[in-house]
Design a protein around this ligand. Sequence first.
Ligand SMILES: Nc1nc2c(ncn2[C@@H]2O[C@H](COP(=O)(O)OP(=O)(O)OP(=O)(O)O)[C@@H](O)[C@H]2O)c(=O)[nH]1
Ligand SMILES: C=C(OP(=O)(O)O)C(=O)O
Length: 225
Amino acid sequence: MDVAVDLVVPVKELRRAKSRLAPAVADLPGDDADREQAHRSLALALARDTLAAARAAHRVGRLVVVTIESGDRLGAAGEPREVVHDDGGGLNAAIHAGEAHLRRSGSRAVAALQADLPALRPEELDDALARAAAVFAGGAPAAVVADHEGTGTTLLVAAPGRPLRPRFGPGSARAHTRAGAVPLDGDWPGLRGDVDTVADLARARALGTGPATSAWSEDRAHHAV
Ligand SMILES: Nc1nc2c(ncn2[C@@H]2O[C@H](COP(=O)(O)OP(=O)(O)OP(=O)(O)O)[C@@H](O)[C@H]2O)c(=O)[nH]1
Ligand SMILES: C=C(OP(=O)(O)O)C(=O)O
């Protein structure tokens, strides 16, 4: 299968990330520092599972993580990965920085994937990227995969040679389609399964999460009071 895109994955500073998931650790024993550690571990697990699935997709070429965290911490030890420093300008600025890094070294086709998709399957990403290539053949400048609620964006793909123009944030699915991106149809529950809340986490667990999030959940079940 042909490589379709180079991928930008933004990963927020773990100690500030996933604030809406604080209730997932609220009933754990110990003190606030213990619960904050468990919260950071959850954000890390979500990112690790997303990155591992993205890395395994055949249609993904280079994978650039934009973050202030260490690349080693985010992925399996020794796995080659490009890391771009997040300068603190927020999500869309981080994606721009990843895109600029890729374009500087000759990339023509760029996509952005959220890092909170612990039930993502590589085949889903490959299928979505194949669908994107089909809409680009019809002249579309970009393609978008909405989240399971239909309001957010989990994947934004620019047509070869076209800019990504990320408009992530609340209501981003609509913002991306208004800017010309074609929404992609497809039964991709893992790709659409971003985890913002405890209910989203339960939903992802029912789909089947990757090893890091599954290990976190087992550990949590063991420690909950
Ligand atoms: N590098 C980088 N990634 C970000 C930033 N903000 C959000 N992200 C990433 O963008 C994706 C979606 O982020 P959100 O769902 O808004 O996550 P969040 O801000 O951690 O969550 P909440 O605190 O609950 O709003 C995740 O992959 C985050 O890691 C940022 O400022 N820099
Ligand atoms: C930033 C986004 O994610 P969320 O809605 O998960 O915060 C988005 O969907 O554009």
